[in-house]
Write a protein that binds this ligand. Structure first.
Ligand SMILES: *Cc1c(COP(=O)(O)O)cnc(C)c1O
Length: 372
């Protein structure tokens, strides 16, 4: 089945009790069991699993083409559970331009968990291969990356990972399964901050890991989620599920709008660089074109000048909103170095743009006046 159809129907079976077409939200934390705790209705306690979260997991698995999925309370909850499921003494590879709090997770917690870590430029398969060690258990990729929009060749990274007995995890938050399907390209796990495009309306936090196979790796992460507790609440599961229904539709429009904005900004003197993988000038364009259906709604720009000129542009927008996060219907703009704070690796004049569903002419006009 095509992804548009899956997005509407996966995990959307009618409620067996009432026949309701919209899924029910089961808020119950506990479910009736037998006298010796026998599972009667398929559920025992909300932290283990619950019916609304099951529907979300079924939908995420179908969209990514995986065998199973685990929903979490946030993208970071999903990320932390993955790393906590590794045995002490494991080595992992992270991208240089990785989501800022994954970098924090590595610097603040990996030592406690006895995880060794190398940071490499994942745009280069040779650099990834060179960082492999006998105890490398995971390569963590992020493509396109946040915020510099760097592209990793997923199929190449998968070959390197599997050649060394490691798993490849791809943070697919920016692309979403509507535009890029890492598991089909050989990745073992697709990770999402469902807070972003999957939810799609800036009103719910969640995370998800989708597994190519229901294998020991899945079992270990399930155990980590159950014990450590970063589950998705029934209400949040329901909201994310609702967002997924329109995901392919929204991603088409986000992509078309972003392409129009990127092309227009490429002509602007006040801008030094536009990082959007849809532009042929982007260093990762060819790989992105091969592994993505369209190029998504995220981009970043370098404003000519420095920190001050970039912040000044943000202070002048009228349609864009100055806010962090991404993937909602409204366009957002953010000066990434100030958002990331101490230890930020983003250029001082970089602005990250989440292109929403407004008319592109209004977005372009707003940016031109803000940069003028
Ligand atoms: C937001 C984000 C995360 C973290 O997700 P939360 O839901 O905020 O915990 C991870 N990776 C990327 C690429 C993100 O944009």
């Amino acid at each position: 089945m095509k992804i548009e159809t899956l997005a509407v129907h996966a995990g959307a079976g009618a409620d067996p009790v009432t026949g309701s077409i919209a899924p029910p939200i089961h808020l119950s934390t506990t479910f009736e069991h037998g006298p010796a705790t026998e599972e009667i209705h398929g559920y025992i306690y909300v932290r283990d699993k619950n019916p609304t979260q099951d529907r979300l997991e079924a939908a995420m698995s179908a969209l990514e083409g995986g065998e199973s999925a685990l929903a979490f309370s946030s993208g970071m909850g999903a990320t932390a559970a993955f790393f906590q499921s590794l045995v002490p003494g494991s080595h992992v590879i992270l991208p240089e331009d990785v989501y800022v709090h994954v970098r924090d997770l590595a610097s603040k917690y990996f030592a406690n968990w006895q995880i060794e870590c190398s940071t490499v430029d994942t745009q280069s398969p040779a650099a990834i291969a060179a960082a492999m060690r006998p105890n490398t258990k995971a390569i963590w990729g992020e493509t396109p990356s946040n915020p510099q929009m760097k592209i990793m060749d997923i199929a190449e990274a998968a070959k390197i990972a599997h050649g060394g007995g490691a798993a490849l995890v791809v943070d697919n938050t920016f692309a979403t399964p509507a535009l890029q399907r890492p598991l089909e390209l050989g990745a073992d796990v697709a990770m999402h901050s469902t807070t972003k495009y999957c939810g799609g309306h800036s009103d719910v936090q969640g995370g998800c890991l989708v597994f190519r196979q229901r294998a020991p790796l899945y079992e270990k992460v399930l155990d980590a989620r159950t014990i450590l507790g970063a589950v998705c609440s029934p209400f949040n599961s329901w909201l994310i599920l609702r967002g997924l229904r329109t995901l392919p539709c929204r991603m088409e429009k986000h992509s078309a709008n972003a392409m129009a904005v990127a092309k227009a900004l490429s002509q602007v003197k006040a801008i030094e660089r536009v990082f959007y993988p849809g532009l042929t000038s982007h260093p990762g364009h060819e790989i992105a074109a091969a592994q993505m259906k369209q190029f998504g709604g995220m981009m970043s720009i370098l404003v000519r000048g420095g920190w001050e000129e970039a912040v000044r542009a943000v202070s002048r927008v009228k349609v864009f909103r100055a806010a962090t996060s991404l993937g909602g219907v409204e366009s957002l703009i953010e000066h990434r170095a100030s958002a990331e704070g101490k230890g930020s690796t983003s250029p001082k004049n970089l602005l990250r743009l989440s292109i929403g569903l407004e008319h592109p002419d209004d977005l372009i006009g707003d940016l031109l006046q803000a940069l003028g």
